[in-house]
Design a protein around this ligand. Structure first.
Ligand code: NCD
Length: 330
């Protein structure tokens, strides 16, 4: 890592304060990180940075006044659902929250396409979290309004990857040249699947540290190999840590295991403590999509390298940017 340089964002002709209908994301679904190019990311982060400044200056503003978002969550969520709600409300819009699908017609057996076709009658955009890989893409096939994938099973979590990358840019000033080490459940963790793919747009080195049964899926390793990304796998953190600029820690995804004994065998495989950080660079950052369930001990929280709480806040700005871009101002 070279010395910190503050990020420089290219000014975009599309900052969302005029009519957005010709802007690149207007009316589009956000389903996978595969849909983004590097210039898309520059654009999204420039808007997100603008959102940060606006929130710090004025708190809320009326960019999306009158627009309505449906938050449709078939799986638990704290950060993703509430940051989308906050993002929409800070932009002057409103939200229909369906966080407990068991109290909706889903519990009567309604299909995903029908639920989505219902909600789009009342709203302008649908944020969907679902346990099945590909659910958002399926919903998007039936919906006329934009669908934003907020996690499809073990598949992808594109808005999380965008906020993860924005965190790296804001904290370290650059992405090219960094070594990113992903630790924990790389098999079932959808956030690392999306983030690894997004990072492959940069000149990056990736380390994967996991128990044998939770290795990064072959499909993703192959995809990144085809893009000549340097990838190394380890079962211990020791060898990867000293060269690491970003340590991305994940929770072992208990809910995805078929056999609870397998979960019990690996759940405490890695715990980051202050002592662990002794071997790390002073300018390394520790990230985690959260929730944590013991992978990072609380004594790390006060270390300046602990970026996971700041990371949550960056999520608000990225989601504001996405909503502003998708819904535009008409
Ligand atoms: C993640 C998720 O839902 O995939 N959480 C989040 O959105 N911040 C990570 C996790 O649940 O472990």
């Amino acid at each position: 890592m070279t010395n910190y340089r503050p990020p420089i964002y290219k000014k975009s002709p599309y900052l969302p304060f005029g009519d957005q209908r010709n802007a690149p994301f207007y009316g589009k679904d956000i389903l996978s990180v595969k849909q983004f190019s590097r210039s898309d990311l520059d654009y999204i982060f420039a808007v997100a940075h603008e959102m940060r400044e606006m929130v710090e200056r004025v708190g809320t503003f009326d960019l999306l006044k009158g627009k309505i978002l449906a938050n449709l969550f078939y799986e638990p969520s704290t950060r993703t659902s509430s940051s989308f709600t906050s993002a929409m409300e800070r932009l002057g819009g409103s939200v229909i929250p369906i966080n407990e699908v068991r109290y909706s017609s889903v519990s009567k057996g309604e299909s995903l396409p029908d639920t989505v076709r219902t909600l789009e009658c009342y709203t302008d955009v649908i944020v969907l979290r679902h346990p099945d890989v590909g659910a958002s893409a399926q919903a998007a096939k039936y919906a006329r309004k934009p669908i934003i994938n907020a996690g499809d099973g073990v598949g992808e979590h594109p808005t999380q990857a965008l906020l993860d990358l924005f965190t790296i840019v804001e904290e370290l000033g650059q992405v090219d040249g960094l070594t990113v080490t992903m630790l924990g459940d790389l098999k079932f963790g959808r956030t690392v699947h999306s983030l690894a793919r997004l990072l492959s747009l940069y000149d990056i080195r990736l380390n994967y540290v996991s128990p044998e049964i939770l290795r990064m899926p072959e499909e993703i390793i192959r995809e990144l190999n085809d893009q000549s990304i340097s990838q190394n796998e380890y079962d211990h953190l020791d060898r990867a840590l000293p060269e690491t600029d970003v340590l991305y820690v994940t929770r072992v995804q208990k809910e995805r295991f078929e056999n609870l004994a397998d979960y019990e065998a690996v759940k405490g495989a890695y715990v980051i403590s202050l002592q662990t950080l002794e071997a790390a660079k002073n300018r390394m950052i520790v990230m985690h999509p959260l929730p944590r369930v013991g992978e990072i001990s609380m004594d790390v929280d006060d270390d300046p390298r602990a970026a996971y709480f700041r990371q949550m806040e960056y999520g608000l700005y990225v989601r504001m940017a996405l909503l502003a871009m998708v819904l535009g101002k008409s």
